[in-house]
Write a protein that binds this ligand. Sequence first.
Ligand SMILES: NC(=O)C1=CN([C@@H]2O[C@H](COP(=O)(O)OP(=O)(O)OC[C@H]3O[C@@H](n4cnc5c(N)ncnc54)[C@H](OP(=O)(O)O)[C@@H]3O)[C@@H](O)[C@H]2O)C=CC1
Length: 268
Amino acid sequence: MKLIKLNNELEIPVVGTGTNTYGKEGNAFKGELRGDTEEVDWAVENGYRHFDAAQIYANEEVVGKGLNQSGVKREDYFITTKLNTNEGYVSRDWIDAEINKSLEKLQTDYIDLFLIHFPWDNSDEIVEVWHVLEEYYNRGIFKSIGVSNFEEKHLDLVLQNGTVKPAVNQIESHVGKWNDALIDYNKSNDIATVAWSPLAGIEDDAKQVLQEIGDRYGKTYAQVVLRYQIERDVIVIPKSHNKERQAQSLDIFDFELTADDRERIAAL
Ligand SMILES: NC(=O)C1=CN([C@@H]2O[C@H](COP(=O)(O)OP(=O)(O)OC[C@H]3O[C@@H](n4cnc5c(N)ncnc54)[C@H](OP(=O)(O)O)[C@@H]3O)[C@@H](O)[C@H]2O)C=CC1
């Protein structure tokens, strides 16, 4: 597995598994929890060691249970989770309580990467929350901290007012919306990009081009897209409710795209 060094030297596996619907009825984002850990178990068996969780997915306990019973040592897997800021900022007590709940549900005493899930419309509050994350980082409870869905103006806020630089900005990036300008902005600030929904937005004509490229390497259209992202140092977190497809998304380390392939993919 290829690892990328974040700006604080912590290493993150360049392919992780998304988890937003794992362990849920009907594979639905808002589905009830089923109580089993099937998709997390497959991910561990398939070799995933990077798990992208979030409070808002309401299934951190599924991820925590699966990992805890997997037999893989804690230091051998990487967990991301995210503070649910969908409603903005509530209070300092609220943040502490939410963090404690995440630690408990994920059955761990530290988080490898902790993110602010969404920016909101109050700069002072965003900075205040960032300072709380810095505090947990300095105490070693978070091994790295970052943000998600932040645009340039939000990044500038934390870059200008924080003492710790965000290690990651997790943003939407896929065939339907590459988000190249923001990826470049992250890079120019030494912030790694994690692409969410990396397999979204692939219409039939794009699929055809990608599969044509994949055929030359014995790979699927999805593997070509993921390979394109990691070749430009974008970390990907695909998820699948199918064990074979989940395995395929990790099987992208034995081929290399040509400059011509990359140009065709970038133009999709
Ligand atoms: N920070 C944020 O705001 C957000 C973060 N995320 C994170 O990103 C993760 C991934 O995004 P998500 O929206 O779940 O979707 P993905 O882009 O990972 O996947 C989309 C669909 O592609 C299919 N798929 C997966 N692997 C393959 C494959 N190898 N070949 C063909 N098809 C495949 C899956 O269907 P099937 O199950 O049938 O295989 C899946 O439903 C989330 O789980 C979450 O952790 C997502 C959205 C927002």
